[in-house]
Design a protein around this ligand. Structure first.
Ligand code: SF4
Length: 315
């Protein structure tokens, strides 16, 4: 039976953090001005076919402002909104936030941790932008702070990864995740459902592999066609190539997927939430919390919970 209280059907990050820290934790998104090797010419210049980083940065967050200023403004924003002074994680979301020299990274993350309200870091990056030296540094920070390195894994299929121009393989992701575990640093992973060329069955079957990854947290997103991306162009040319999830289809899919997912993996997110004006094609008219509620309600209706059908793989 599930163990997350009567109201939750999933091992949710909000519950986990409340239990761990005894208070609500907010994330303040920081844009530290990193780029990524798939944009600066090292691996390519076009980027991943679905990516337009401008589409998901909050307004207070821009690399022209110092990290301390972004943090201060982000914290003020949350305090006004929630009327309580809680604790914060600095969330480095845009681009690849370990793409730089170790000294440069130290300078960035030192600034973020100077604020006494900041008790942790979430660092989004690519699996090919990490190494032993950086992990050793993050391991030392993990002794005092909550630190998660969130890798964009996106798919376990190399064919899909080639189609979306990720410029790394699933094996590269595996290597990064295993290395991160070896250093005792927490890992997160991001996956997208609905990428062209992947059948629903294939996505569903991926749960067996995902369940065995050394993950602390996971984020799942439905594919959205964001303006300003290569996918926008491809969608306008041939919408039939895409098989975007409708809201109802996604709710059913996620309820089933989660019932097979390792219950030890903490769920950070179950769907994407891009501003409707920034996307074309399938648009759901719900906020993220409403989508989440619908997924859990569906699980309740079907008497499902995360891990109900999960079976530990031998070896
Ligand atoms: S999704 Fe990440 S890796 Fe891909 S182009 Fe955008 S920032 Fe770079």
């Amino acid at each position: 039976m599930y163990q997350w209280g009567t109201k939750r059907r999933i091992n949710s990050a909000s519950n986990y953090l409340k239990n761990e820290f005894g208070t609500r934790i907010q994330k303040v998104t920081i844009d530290a001005g990193f780029t990524c090797p798939n944009r600066d010419g090292t691996l390519g210049t076009g980027g991943c076919t679905y990516c337009n980083n401008d589409a998901f940065n909050p307004s207070y967050c821009t690399p022209e402002k110092s990290i301390s200023k972004q943090l201060k403004e982000g914290i003020e924003f949350h305090e006004k909104r929630y009327r309580s002074a809680g604790k914060y994680f600095a969330y480095f979301q845009a681009f690849s936030n370990t793409y730089g020299s170790l000294d440069y990274l130290k300078g960035i993350y030192r600034q973020a941790l100077e604020d006494e309200k900041v008790i942790g870091l979430i660092v989004g990056t690519r699996p090919d932008c990490i190494d032993e030296y950086k992990l050793e540094y993050f391991a030392s920070l993990s002794e005092k702070f909550y630190v998660v390195i969130e890798y964009g894994v996106e798919s376990i299929s190399n064919k899909t990864l080639r189609n979306i121009n990720r410029q790394h393989s699933f094996e590269r992701s595996l290597k990064a995740l295993n290395l991160t575990r070896e250093f005792g640093v927490k890992s997160g992973a991001h996956f997208i459902f609905g990428l062209p060329g992947e059948s629903r069955q294939q996505m569903k079957d991926s749960v067996t592999t995902v369940s065995e990854l050394p993950l602390h947290t996971v984020k799942f997103h439905q594919l959205q066609i964001v303006r300003g991306t290569r996918f926008e162009k491809e969608y306008n040319e041939d919408p039939g190539k895409f098989n975007l999830f409708t809201l109802d289809e996604y709710i059913e899919f996620m309820a089933d997927y989660l019932s097979n997912l390792n219950p030890a993996i903490i769920i950070e997110r179950l769907a994407g939430e891009t501003q409707p004006r920034n996307i074309i094609g399938e648009r759901w008219q719900l906020r993220y919390d409403q989508v989440l509620q619908r997924i859990e309600r569906k699980m309740e209706e079907l008497n499902l919970w995360q891990g109900k059908y999960y079976q530990n793989q031998p070896g």
